[in-house]
Design a binder for this molecule. Sequence first.
Ligand code: AMP
Ligand code: ZN
Length: 472
Amino acid sequence: MYQIKLYNTATRTVEPVETHEPGKLTFYTCGPTVYHYAHIGNLRTYIMEDVLQKLFELAGYEVKRAMNITDVGHLTSDADTGADKMLEGAKREGKTAMEIADFYTKAFFADCEKLNIKKPEIVVPATDCIKEFIDLIQVLFDKGFAYMAGGNVYFDTSKAKDYYRLTGHNAEDLMVGVRDDVTEDANKRNRSDFVLWFTTSKFGEQELRWDSPWGYGYPGWHIECSAISMKYLGEYLDIHAGGVDNIFPHHTNEIAQSEAALGHEWCRHWFHPRHLNDKSGKMSKSKGGILTVSVLEEKGYDPLAYRFFCLQSHYMKQLVFSYETLDNASAAYAKLLSRVAAIKAAAEKEGGAADPEKVNEYKEKFIETVGNDLNTSLGITLLYEVLKADLNAATKLEIIALYDSVLSLGLIREEAATPPADDTAHLEALLVKRAEAKKNRDWATADAIRDEVKAAGYMIVDTPEGAKLKKL
Ligand code: AMP
Ligand code: ZN
């Protein structure tokens, strides 16, 4: 069995992922809050989780992966204040929270499909598991970790073992940066306590409520991931994933309540890809003007070029998005596709067989390379090495297919890459105008030209030799 090494937030080191059962991996992913479209930052996180799952599969593990869909309980502030995000979405669009959840869940998976992100085997909306949340909260009550105050049920973090250990900070550090105007919840025994179940709350409009031993109400956000993970993946979890913003308080709280209920360590390995930001700072769904996969498509980009862009960087590094860098990735991606198409054509023409020893040698190299803290960019370098290696075309093609079972860049296509047609003189003239506009930092004109070219059926890819047209 191959070993995969990964940075573990809990130990702050890159270490081998030791699964609870040999050869089997249980993997939990925090799913989207479905009150809006996922932005391409959210999707960076899901791309990296997808590559991780597929790498384990290539390495021979049986992966069981579960993901929740947050359709209740996630408030606009992670510190239990503000309104429920679903309610905000419903108000914004004049729909019910469930209609919003249904629409944006479908939109999320449609985006995932475009990015070749495989849907986890188990996907569970939080509202389907209310009984499990109540049962788990009851266990916490019975074991003395939960208390009722002011109508809500809270988790007592002073009773948790080493509550801050995932963050590597202490309470004082984490309070730095907390705004002075954040009103403290006077019901809490400790500042870091969090709500397990809301009953009386200031959100009288909350649509979704259920009966519970503590009154009519709704669950807090954190309890859903612990309960769903335990229900579908059991008492021992191998990897838990989520964006870096989930470390505190979400995952910190998940650990506290899960270990309190179970009485033993719950999850060994914590995987937290860093954020994708734009030049103005963090991308966020609540900021408006969300950068989605559809926006990229409207601008003429292949969604898989965005996946390629993400894989070129290490997941532990923050990534800054700009159209210039995406253009470069698009150009490299288009070239890669045509090189693979040429190998495919050669394999069909030559008709030879693949060399199984070479295929295995390159497979092992890939698992070792990418399996060293999910080094996707070195994985791509290895792919380029295969393209120019001294191997027959059939062998190359088989290795490429193996690598692409993890990278999922849609490298081997049925159709051949089409070169631009001849009747593009007027579009070529637009490229010159666009280059001028870009030089003058006139992004509006450059964007307008991109749209015009797209309307004519071409996308613009920037290459070191200048902009080129690619048929859509
Ligand atoms: P949400 O839908 O807000 O619950 O977030 C879905 C996932 O995206 C979570 O794992 C977040 O941690 C992650 N996420 C949020 N913002 C970003 C970002 N700018 N870049 C990468 N991942 C993000
Ligand atoms: Zn979660």
